[in-house]
Structures are given as structure tokens and as C-alpha cells.
Design a binder for this molecule. Structure first.
Ligand SMILES: Cc1cc2nc3c(=O)[nH]c(=O)nc-3n(C[C@H](O)[C@H](O)[C@H](O)COP(=O)(O)O)c2cc1C
Length: 205
């Protein structure tokens, strides 16, 4: 499947085939491919909870406005961003230090710059966490499609409830969930909805 076809054929599918599971190795392949997504300073401030068991699905279903796809899809991913992902505890900084040949001062300067950009207000922290994690989310949907796996993103969910019930750290923010699996071929999707075009989206200056 070409990249163009992946873009054209990815849909948010409402109907998952409940008879088809998603192979564990395939899920790993999807996530590892999607993890090539870009992130600020390559800090990768994200975490995923893969909801697979019947019990966990039922819990997530109740926190997702009872959207049936959470029960029907073999896996739903909770995509969370890390509001503190810019700070010194992120192990990615160790790679920076190595690349700087152990120059601690240089590392401190870059960390200070990242803090000034992403750490000086709650609004900046949330923007940092959510913008990066949203890129991962999109990357997951395209990676899935490239392996022939369908998806459905959801934000009609109880963000705070999911954070609490799935025991995410305080510094995490739930960005969206993504159901993964295979279309129930007995059902028909609505045709692709209208999309705004270049003239409607872009202001040239
Ligand atoms: C962040 C995000 C949240 C969404 N939340 C929901 C949701 O909670 N329930 C739902 O049925 N669809 C949800 N959608 C799916 C959109 O309705 C869908 O992407 C849009 O109508 C375009 O359809 P397509 O993805 O098939 O091209 C969401 C999509 C995005 C990107």
C-alpha cells in the first residue's frame, strides 16, 4: 500500500469485527513504527496503555460515553502525554549528554531552553504534552493502516476518569483513545465526509 493509499483509505471505523483479534506482535510492530513520529527535542513525552482484557474494556467503555467500539475492538489504546517530559528526569537527555561528549554545561543550557519553552506555565506544559502525543496518535493510525489494521480515534471520553481508573501518573494527560482492529465487512461505513481544501485552510502571507 502506497503512502497516498494509506491516507486515502484510513477511516474511523465504527464497526469492528468481534471475531478477529489483533496479534500481539503486530501491535508491537504498529507502535514501534509509529514511534518514529517527531517530537520536540525528540523527548517523546508520551505513554500508552493498551486495553485488551474484558474487564479493562468494560471499564474503558463506561468512561467512553458507552461507545460500543471499545467493547468490539480487540484493543483500544489510551494515548497520554507527559506534561513533565521536558524535565531532567527524562532519560532521553542521557543521549544528549553522550552526543555532547559529556559536556554537562551544554546539556544544562539545552534543558534550560526546553524548560523556558515548555515548563513555565500549565498551559505550556499541556500544549507540549498534547501536541507531541497527538502526533504519535496520528502516526499510530497511519502505521496501523500500513499493516492493514483499522482504527478509530475517540475524544468523546472522560479524560480525568480514565486517568484515575487506569492509574496514570499525575503528570500525564490523556489525549485521546484509539480503537484498533478490523472492519466488520458485513457493515457499510458512511462515505468519506467533506474535507476543507487548500483555499479554505491556508492563508498565504
Ligand atoms: C481527536 C479525535 C476524536 C474523535 N472522537 C470521536 C469519538 O469520540 N467518537 C466517534 O464516533 N468519533 C470520533 N472521532 C472520529 C471523527 O468523527 C472522524 O475522524 C471524522 O468524522 C472523519 O472521519 P474519517 O476519520 O473516517 O475520515 C474523533 C476523531 C478525532 C481525530
Amino acid at each position: 500500500m502506497s503512502s497516498k493509499e494509506i491516507f486515502e483509505e484510513r477511516r474511523s471505523i465504527n464497526f469492528f469485527d468481534t471475531e478477529k483479534s489483533l496479534d500481539d506482535n503486530l501491535l508491537k510492530d504498529i507502535i514501534n513504527l509509529a514511534a518514529l513520529a517527531p517530537s520536540a527535542f525528540n523527548l517523546q513525552p508520551w505513554e500508552i496503555v493498551a486495553v485488551k482484557s474484558k474487564e479493562a474494556k468494560e471499564k474503558l467503555y463506561r468512561l467512553s460515553s458507552n461507545q460500543p467500539k471499545v467493547l468490539e475492538a480487540p484493543v483500544t489504546l489510551i494515548i497520554a502525554g507527559d506534561k513533565n517530559g521536558y524535565d531532567k528526569t527524562n532519560p532521553i537527555w542521557d543521549i544528549f549528554l553522550k552526543n555532547f561528549n559529556g559536556d554537562e554545561e551544554k546539556l544544562a543550557n539545552v534543558q534550560g531552553y526546553a524548560y523556558s519553552l515548555y515548563g513555565t506555565s500549565d498551559e505550556r506544559k499541556i500544549k507540549f504534552a498534547e501536541s507531541n502525543a497527538a502526533l504519535l496518535a496520528m502516526s499510530i493510525m497511519y502505521a496501523a493502516k500500513s499493516f492493514g489494521v483499522d482504527s478509530h480515534p475517540m475524544s468523546g471520553i472522560d479524560f480525568e476518569g480514565i486517568k484515575k481508573e487506569f492509574e496514570l501518573d499525575d503528570n500525564k494527560t490523556v489525549v485521546m483513545t484509539i480503537a484498533l482492529g478490523y472492519l466488520d465487512e458485513t457493515k457499510t461505513l458512511y462515505p468519506r465526509a467533506y474535507r476543507k481544501n487548500y483555499e479554505e485552510i491556508v492563508k498565504e502571507v
